[in-house]
Design a protein around this ligand. Structure first.
Ligand code: URA
Length: 233
């Protein structure tokens, strides 16, 4: 529909899409429809679905210059005038969010402002075909879109992570220590970050959204100790 409040931007048509001349009508499309239905209670006819590139991309993704792509997309955005744009996959996410950290684990599900609109980057639904854990991350991104549709997104960039320990907010100082606790089987179950003695944020490893916020925060914080590794995922 045009205009439409929510626009979904994938990367490029795959085989089925090329045959039928419509975006997301193959396997990825089925997956996308599943998220739309389960997370937003919407069908594909309720949203405007498109791709950044209108032709299949070369497998060497890094060869693609974002400035060369997206001319048609600009026109579509103008016509559709969406309030919320969900980007699926790294290529379309970085086309919008060039200054954001280039790491999908960091930006996934975090709302950003782009030309007065809310852009919600997400892993591509097809990425979960190879790594089913990503379904949870994609679900988080859809939950941010749901919040945005309900007018609940007011912050564009993540603030510091939520503190679940009794200690004070970790924000404000430079991060100098991060400790990840793991279970016997090696799975992480929580991460603690401290900037100063007596200050810490503790985040459970199954809280993907808070972990993403912490990673985002860390990506801009100065790390004083070289050997700090954020090992939570
Ligand atoms: N993947 C995409 O990004 N877009 C499509 O249309 C199909 C698969």
């Amino acid at each position: 529909p045009v205009p439409c409040r929510l626009m979904i931007v994938g990367e490029a048509p795959a085989e089925e899409e090329c045959k039928r001349g419509r975006p997301f009508v193959g396997r990825s499309g089925k997956e996308l429809e599943m998220y739309l239905d389960r997370c937003l209670d919407l069908s594909r006819d309720d949203v405007y679905i498109t791709n950044l590139s209108k032709v299949p991309l070369d497998s060497k993704k890094e060869m693609f210059d974002p400035d060369m792509m997206g001319e048609m997309l600009q026109k579509e955005i103008y016509d559709v005038n969406p309030q919320i744009i969900m980007t699926l996959g790294a290529i379309s996410s970085y086309w919008f969010l060039r200054d954001a950290p280039h790491d999908m684990e960091v930006i996934n599900a975090i709302p950003h402002e782009w030309e007065g609109k809310i852009v919600v980057p997400s892993f591509h639904p097809a990425a979960a075909f190879h790594d089913s854990e990503l379904m949870q991350w994609i679900g988080e991104a859809f939950s941010t879109v749901n919040d945005a549709l309900n007018g609940k997104v007011t912050k564009w960039k993540p603030g510091p992570p939520t503190i679940i320990s009794k200690l004070e907010d970790v924000a404000g100082g430079d991060i100098w220590a991060i400790d990840t606790e793991t279970m016997r089987d090696g799975r992480p179950y929580c991460t603690t970050a401290t900037s100063r003695e007596g200050r810490a944020a503790m985040i459970r490893a199954d809280n993907q959204k808070e972990l993403a916020k912490l990673k985002y925060f860390l990506s801009s914080a100065e790390k004083k100790k070289e050997n700090i590794e954020f090992t939570c995922r």
